[in-house]
Design a protein around this ligand. Sequence first.
Ligand code: CO8
Length: 259
Amino acid sequence: MSYETLIVETPSAGVTLVRLNRPEALNALNSQLLGELAAVLDAAEADDSVRCLVLTGSERAFAAGADIKEMSDKSYAQMFASDFFGGAARRIEQFRKPIIAAVSGFALGGGCELAMLCDFIIASETAKFGQPEINLGVMPGIGGTQRLPRAVGKAKAMDMVLTARMMDAAEAERAGLVSRVVPADKLLDEALAAAAKIAGQSPLAVAMNKELVNAAFETTLSTGVTMERRLFHSLFAFDDQKEGMAAFVEKRKPDFKGS
Ligand code: CO8
């Protein structure tokens, strides 16, 4: 399937690379782009050969926010009736396979929120994160006020949301917003290598690991730890656990089948 606002490739077995492709608007997120992204996720979820996604933009911009030109004249009734961007945000939140955001340049407003909706962010040295919606008389709308403080703490989140200050890659790594920072020309290689590593793991264990790390933000420590122990035990129902542990003992590479 081909898309107008996305470029979708399969750079290696099990890995889907999705590039945001609205260069004329610094990859601003509009309804078409988010609709196409939801369709890519539907297809990836249904395809057992897809094990991990990488979402990226251009060198200049991951995404400079929601498309201000699409939103500017909308009424409250239109925003509410269409649940503007709600469906796409929920689709990403509910996606069960890992998504790595590879961020270079601007990740602002909805762009920063889209990166935070992914499972982790690898940033280039040129990345700039921000929630500048306050400058437009509005606020983040795809989870920024909630995910940013969870990622970087209240002080930095308040600072960014209220002053629209951008955070560079080094600060984002110190603050815990991104998992690693790499030179711009290595960004895609690094993200694709991480995705290939994930794609080679047991997809069952990968899905459970993702679910449980996300549960850490939704539940108490004791409930989360109990859930983790139960799921750990349940993994012993799968062939992949037998294969993974046998491969270690036999000093060979495991061949996970997802069963
Ligand atoms: N929307 C639409 N067009 C944009 C956007 C955007 N967010 N960002 C950039 N563009 C366009 C510009 O209008 C320009 O187009 P044109 O050439 O036709 O004038 C082109 O991209 C290039 O941009 P600039 O010329 O401005 O490039 P600069 O390098 O000078 O500046 C910046 C780059 C600093 C990134 C600047 O473009 C900028 O400030 N952009 C807007 C950033 C912003 O405010 N983002 C937040 C948007 S609101 C939002 O994201 C809300 C999310 C929640 C929505 C969900 C609701 C439920």
